[in-house]
Design a binder for this molecule. Structure first.
Ligand SMILES: [Fe+2]
Length: 372
């Protein structure tokens, strides 16, 4: 099987690497839109970034902070700002929502029509996006490494991506100093999303030797990094391991994911919970069911995690991070399956790349285990 992987042209990794953000932006253009999460608004980090941009003679505009998971309307609005300001570089500093919004807006700013046209009607992206410099402040979605932006369309009731190889960010900065303030709960949940990307791509039916090796490297980094972050939140090496693990996972997941990601978007639409919460609650159950159908599927994963039972180890890490691994805590019960299934069938990705095809009945089994 052949594979096609895109990746950022340059990745800086290490404590203090945030300082590279401006030189990379200056290499790529002359004016920048800075897209960030609310927690970074009015902080010294951003004030320093702006000063540095001005020192490099770059014009800069700070956009309204991203406060929710991205929608097509948010992307249209941000793309309008980028177009109006005549910006040629988009700097995103934040978590997955910030990066996905910025990535989609960078391409929509130079392509006609609405984001929804590209999301639902599969209109073709013809113009390459504005240059992008991405600085993740969570170790979770891996969006900094991918060509994909996952967007909610509330009117249509779906969560669906837009993607293009040229949407892959040009430069990525992995600076662990930007993740130390993340709570133990969010550190754990975001790492669970990254774990899911790495584990599901390691066993994906479309995995190649190339993507599997990247995925296993991600699993090793996350397995070592997450427990160390949980016990010592200021440990920069542990934080960096999680950031690198998440970035590896982002690269590897281009080979397709599995059942937890088939179901999670539907659970999120029905309940409004975070993507990472849904994934963390579904992943161990998906692993157990896959393993029961196809014994040995997770042998390489368990070796990379240095544990004998992958699902139980993930549950233990969740508990250590204060997350209870079930969906019942979010008000879901067995009778909600019909609603979740209906939404899943409108979105339904990664169903054929799971080790066992995710039929409705297969997904129901995972859902019922997760709400019990
Ligand atoms: Fe995910």
């Amino acid at each position: 099987m052949s594979s096609e992987i895109t990746s950022p042209a340059i990745i800086y990794s290490g404590a203090g690497s945030f300082s590279k953000t401006v030189s990379e932006a200056a290499r790529l253009g002359t004016s920048a839109a800075v897209v960030l999460g609310q927690h970074l608004q009015d902080t010294e980090v951003i004030a320093g970034l702006l000063d540095n941009l001005h020192t490099h003679d770059m014009k800069a505009v700070i956009c309204d902070p991203i406060t929710t998971e991205p929608t097509v309307e948010m992307v249209d609005s941000l793309a309008g700002t980028i177009k109006r300001m005549g910006v040629d570089v988009v700097i995103a500093v934040g978590g997955g929502s910030v990066m996905d919004t910025a990535k989609a807006a960078a391409v929509m700013a130079v392509n006609d029509g609405l984001t929804e046209d590209y999301q639902l009607k599969r209109r073709e992206i013809v113009n390459p996006p504005q240059a992008q410099v991405f600085v993740p402040t969570t170790a979770g979605t891996g969006s900094e490494a991918t060509r994909v932006s996952v967007l909610t369309n509330e009117r249509a009731g779906v969560k669906r991506s837009i993607s293009h190889p040229l949407m892959t960010p040009n430069a990525v900065i992995l600076d662990p100093q930007l993740t130390v303030s993340l709570s133990k709960y969010l550190t754990t949940l975001t790492a669970m999303d990254a774990f899911a990307h790495a584990i599901e791509s390691a066993v994906s039916r479309n995995a190649t030797s190339y993507t599997r090796h990247i995925a296993l490297a991600g699993i090793e980094q996350l397995s070592a990094g997450l427990p160390a972050c949980q016990s010592s939140p200021d440990d920069l090496n542990a934080r960096l391991m999680c950031l690198e693990g998440s970035c590896f996972a982002g690269l590897a997941m281009q080979s397709g994911l599995g059942a937890s990601h088939s179901l999670a978007p539907a659970v999120c639409i029905v309940t409004g919970i975070r993507h990472s919460e849904a994934v963390a609650a579904l992943l161990p159950h998906a692993i157990r069911l896959n393993e029961s159908h196809s014994h040995g599927t997770y042998d390489l994963v368990s070796r990379a995690m240095d544990c004998s039972d992958v699902a139980s180890r993930l549950e233990e890490l969740c508990r250590l991070g204060g997350f209870n691994v079930n969906l019942a805590q979010f008000g879901l019960c067995a009778s909600d399956w019909k609603k979740v299934c209906e939404v899943m069938n409108r979105y339904g990705s990664h169903r054929k790349t799971n080790p066992v095809e995710v039929t409705d009945a297969y997904a129901e089994e995972i859902f019922l285990a997760a709400v019990s």
